[in-house]
Design a protein around this ligand. Structure first.
Ligand SMILES: [Zn+2]
Length: 137
């Protein structure tokens, strides 16, 4: 798969298969999520795919009350907010995604440093799975 270009489409295909792919630079060793075709660190194009385990910790979060269109269509609203957060994966890279498993109307129930696990969620109106992380404790 290393000869593939690391496109958004390819990333989505992996999410649909419930896989979380990163790309590692063979030149300097940096790991990226989502995968990148070029290394921003050393500008090498010699990237290899590396599947991530999906375990991580929550490093930032915010409750979203004014939802973008895709989330409105998924049923979120001012009265039904959701959490968006930044998760640092055990392998190192950080990514923003929806945070599930906690009630976004009860923000006291979520904490920085919470352990999370990747979830590939289906939204109504979309044939693709979306990346999310579920708080496990
Ligand atoms: Zn590099």
């Amino acid at each position: 798969m290393s000869e593939h270009r690391f496109t958004h489409t390819l990333f989505q295909q992996h999410l649909d298969e419930q896989k979380l792919p990163g790309s590692r630079c063979r030149n300097c060793g940096e790991l990226y999520l989502p995968p990148r075709p070029l290394c921003p660190n050393c500008h090498s194009g010699d990237m290899s795919a590396e599947m991530l385990g999906g375990q991580g910790r929550l490093i930032a979060f915010t409750a979203i009350h004014i939802a973008p269109t895709v989330m409105l269509e998924a049923g979120y609203s001012v009265k039904n907010p959701y959490f968006a957060g930044i998760v640092q994966l055990a392998e190192g890279p950080a990514i923003s995604a929806q945070i599930i498993g906690v009630d976004a109307t009860q923000p006291q129930n979520i904490k920085i440093g919470s352990q999370v696990q990747v979830a590939f969620i289906e939204r109504s109106g979309s044939e693709h799975r979306a990346l999310a992380f579920e708080v496990i404790r």
